[in-house]
Design a protein around this ligand. Structure first.
Ligand code: DUT
Ligand code: MG
Length: 167
């Protein structure tokens, strides 16, 4: 790139609006990672209930990119709304309507969503396509097979362990 050339613009992603009255995925602020997706239908979710909701859009992501469908934190904090398979994976070759598998995690209150409400956010990322080759043994590492809390637990359990040791 010569110094006079303008910086490359954002990655172009073709979007098909399956429902002309609904918006394209849109970033709320410049620099946001997630572009909001809306529900194309009214949805009522009883406590613990889930529903696969259409968003009114289909994409053609370029090869080498994936769309990840994440929950929105505001709806999660205020109402307990989340996504069962979070983050949902939108493959580059997928041409169908993007759908979101919403779930109401609140134990008492139903969630009422209206067509056009922003219910999820799409993060587009590059991914690596790897070649898996079988081996007899894996190379050593510092972590080894440690996991599932091997480096320590919650502050409360640390306090509890300290109390037990001190008693
Ligand atoms: O939240 C999601 C997850 C997936 N999809 C679409 C796009 C994705 O490319 C396709 C398949 O998704 P995934 O691979 O997660 O589902 P699967 O159960 O493995 O189905 P398949 O056998 O079709 O791959 O479904 C959505 O619209 N929303
Ligand atoms: Mg799959």
């Amino acid at each position: 790139m010569s110094p006079a050339e303008p910086p490359a613009g954002p990655l172009q992603v073709a979007v098909l609006r399956l429902d002309p009255d609904l918006p394209l995925p849109a970033y709320a602020h410049p620099g946001d990672a997630g572009a909001d997706l809306v529900t194309a239908v009214d949805v009522s979710l009883a406590p613990g209930e889930r529903a696969l909701v259409p968003t009114g859009v289909a994409l053609a992501l370029p090869a080498g990119y994936v769309g990840l469908v994440h929950p929105r934190s505001g709806l999660a904090a205020r109402h307990g709304l989340s996504i069962v398979n979070t983050p949902g994976t939108i493959d580059a070759g997928y041409r169908g309507e993007i759908k979101v598998l919403l779930v109401n995690h609140d134990r008492h209150e139903p969630i009422e969503l209206r067509r056009g409400d922003r219910v999820a956010q799409l993060v587009v990322q590059r991914y690596e396509h790897v070649a898996f080759h079988e081996v007899e043994a894996l190379p050593d590492s510092v972590r080894g097979a440690g996991g599932y809390g091997s480096t320590g637990g919650f502050a409360s359990s640390v306090e509890r362990e300290a109390r037990v040791e001190g008693s």
